[in-house]
Design a protein around this ligand. Sequence first.
Ligand code: ZN
Length: 373
Amino acid sequence: MTILISAAFDSGNIRPTAIADTQVTLEIVRDRESDFYQWFHFRALGVRGRAVSYAIANAGGSAFPGGWENYRPCWSEDRVTWRRVADSHYADGVLRFTHEAKGDAVWFAYFAPYSMERHDDCVARIAARPGVGLASLGQTLDGREMDCLTLGDGPKQVWLYARQHPGESMAEWWMEGALEALTDAADPIARSLRHKATFHIVPNMNPDGSFRGHLRTNAVGVNLNREWHQPTADRSPEVLCVRNAMDASGVDFAMDVHGDEAIAAVFLAGFEGIPSLSERQSALYARYQDALVARTPDFQKAKGYGTTPKGRANLAMSTNQLAERFGCVAMTLEMPFKDNDDLPDAEFGWSPERSMRLGRDCLGALHDIIEEL
Ligand code: ZN
């Protein structure tokens, strides 16, 4: 029986180039109107009981080839539980792995997918809870709404937004964890936060790219996290409408949630290079990092990106733009595609469950500093 490979579904991405018995050769498809690619998500059918070898032949040309070192793809036979393949290696620009399925079909993905269907379900569930508002801040180029959930009635303006880079699906798993925590009527931290702050939450900044199976860009190949200085309706309406809403509300604290392809750790990136950097901002950012270290051993400060010298920040990136624009505390949270190497899990690697738990812990750390914002 010939193995059938397909990816024509929500967040799917792959192109089979050769299928010979149990040897499957594949390519990841570029984001539309862009050279970026790394996200993959596909189904293999006709694989029951067969030891199938998969090769992603163009892995070496992807956006972050360092992401394939010590990386293991995610697989699922029920599209609910995603485990890591046991046997995977990257050499000569090709990612190879093998898998023997128990059933007829198996799904593989770069990380456990977070579909637009799940997004819609999550938004509907959270919006139905007491005290939660749902609005659209604008429309995407493909005509999707930019969902924003609001809750709380306190004076501090808190913005949480995720998935500017659509292939970083862990970012929306984080959002689901944060939203569940914030709407948990029995959670004392959530109750206190909702009294002290007003939350504006955009669970998915890039729904078009998410549905299209993109890694890094929207429907016209634009990296949204390089648009925050000058967003336009033609190229980046997603950023334009969110930034306008931020201008209307003001911002005291902002977190932009991402995933990192190469670094096997959870870390934060700040705004050290902005021209108007204040001691108050720097001190509060440091306080937040220490609060998160105290909350969870899945977070650390040793590994991460280097800091930019003062005045050299790229103000097209959201964290820098917001810290400069509002004088607020802004940060970019990065979770791994691989695992947290300090606390590894051989079966699941970094996972949806760990992303959701981190969402809850990040809110706990926010509660530790919110009076000082
Ligand atoms: Zn990112």
